[in-house]
Design a protein around this ligand. Structure first.
Ligand SMILES: Cc1cc2nc3c(=O)[nH]c(=O)nc-3n(C[C@H](O)[C@H](O)[C@H](O)COP(=O)(O)OP(=O)(O)OC[C@H]3O[C@@H](n4cnc5c(N)ncnc54)[C@H](O)[C@@H]3O)c2cc1C
Length: 379
């Protein structure tokens, strides 16, 4: 067992940390207040290789391991979880599946542009009545000659208005239930595709979350990924990896809040001494640091298993479940350590507390993670 990060992983950590401080920190409070997508920041992240980190360099990716990706996600999420969720969706939910299951033509046409950050991707599974129960897809894709015709509505789609390429799940054969779901690549400017309303959210307010409406959208046959009926398996496999990204995001939110709280506790004085000299604050910091370290080990283990080609489904569920709960606990304590200052925007921790909540909801709620874990335990 080796707990040491490699030279390459350390370099990724330093680059991400530097980028977060120099490019994400300025304006992050305003972007949150105004619900403004970090467009310029995402463009720079693409140029630095953060948007296709694990993709083979043949398709313009960074060819890195999943541990490096988790490290970068943690560092960027310490400051801006809205930028990091856009990165996570592009890397794990869009590029990963396209590289694994796409045809060579699909990779040349789409993956090369997604991995380089030239364009952003979106993953369109959820619907108004299909969230945790993703099998209840109402969006349909009917075969018509050498095309499919897609009709339906998708909900809560991250990168909804910023993406150019959308992976859309639809029912090709409703009789077959979840075995009749397929997945298609849809381009932004195709006729019949409309970006719907933007959600006004509690946290990750810079992330653009939209509904999407598909009315008779004509999708060429060659834009289906995998065989007919492969969509649900594709979604579940992709989400297993996606959860490593979200677990890293949760870890970063927790670590960011902890770092702000630690620094503040050394500056703020009450009763004639810095508050970090009060044992009540010390114990909070000790608990926060311990929970963060435990979450980090779960995240790294899930990422490592994936890199080894081992089964990582339950490990990524455990990492996401635990890290998201740590993100909630730690951010609440970080606000508490800041006292009244924690309750205002200027000190960052209230934003991180609001951002933390989503990590318990998307890419499978905490309840769904517990179902995945208990199924494995009871198997
Ligand atoms: C900001 C944001 C961004 C998102 N981005 C995307 C995206 O890019 N792409 C995408 O496809 N989706 C996205 N989602 C959707 C997200 O994945 C779903 O919201 C999530 O899976 C939960 O589904 P739901 O909202 O329909 O809740 P529901 O499934 O209705 O769940 C409601 C409650 O019931 C619980 N519950 C449900 N079933 C069970 C069960 N069997 N046992 C125990 N408890 C259960 C849930 O845990 C939850 O507490 C996003 C959501 C948000 C809010």
């Amino acid at each position: 067992m080796n707990f040491q990060l490699s030279e390459e992983q350390l370099a990724v950590r330093d680059a991400a940390r530097e980028f977060a401080q120099s490019e994400l920190l300025p304006g992050v409070i305003e972007r949150d207040s105004e619900a403004k997508f970090p467009k310029a920041q995402l463009e720079k992240m693409g140029q630095l290789g953060f948007l296709g980190m694990m993709v083979d360099p043949r398709y313009n990716g960074g060819g890195m391991d999943t541990v490096s990706y988790a490290i970068a996600m943690e560092e960027l999420s310490k400051i801006d979880a809205s930028a990091s969720v856009a990165m996570s969706v592009n890397n794990s939910l869009v590029c990963w599946g396209l590289e694994k299951y796409g045809t060579e033509a699909q990779k040349q046409k789409y993956l090369t542009r997604l991995a380089s950050g030239e364009v952003l991707g979106a993953f369109c599974l959820s619907e108004p009545e299909a969230g945790s129960d993703a099998t209840s897809q109402r969006t349909t894709a009917e075969k018509s000659g050498d095309h499919f015709i897609i009709n339906g509505v998708k909900n809560w789609i991250t990168n909804g208005s910023s993406a150019s390429i959308y992976l859309v799940f639809a029912q090709t054969d409703p009789q077959k239930g979840h075995k009749g779901i397929s997945v298609f690549i849809v381009e932004r400017d195709w006729e019949g595709f409309v970006v719907g309303k933007k959600e006004d959210k509690l946290g990750i307010r810079g992330s653009d979350t939209h509904s999407l409406i598909f009315t008779d959208v004509k999708v060429p046959m060659e834009n289906r990924i995998g065989e007919d009926g492969f969509g649900f398996t594709y979604a579940m496999e992709t989400l297993n990896g996606g959860r490593i990204g979200i677990a890293s995001q949760a870890l970063g939110i927790a670590a960011g809040a902890y770092e702000f709280a630690l620094a503040y506790s050394k500056e703020r004085k009450t009763f004639g001494k810095p508050i970090c000299e009060h044992q009540a604050i010390q114990f909070k910091l000790a608990d926060m640091a311990t929970q963060i370290e435990a979450a980090r080990l779960l995240v790294y283990k899930a990422a490592w298993l994936k890199d080894q080609g081992e089964d990582y489904a339950h490990a990524s569920a455990m990492a996401k479940l635990y890290a998201s709960e740590v993100a909630m606990n730690v951010t609440i304590e970080a606000v508490q350590i800041h006292g009244g200052y924690g309750y205002v925007k200027e000190y960052h921790v209230e934003r991180l507390m609001r951002d933390a909540k989503i990590t318990q909801i998307y890419e499978g709620t905490s309840e769904i993670q517990r179902i995945i874990i208990s199924r494995k335990i009871l198997k």
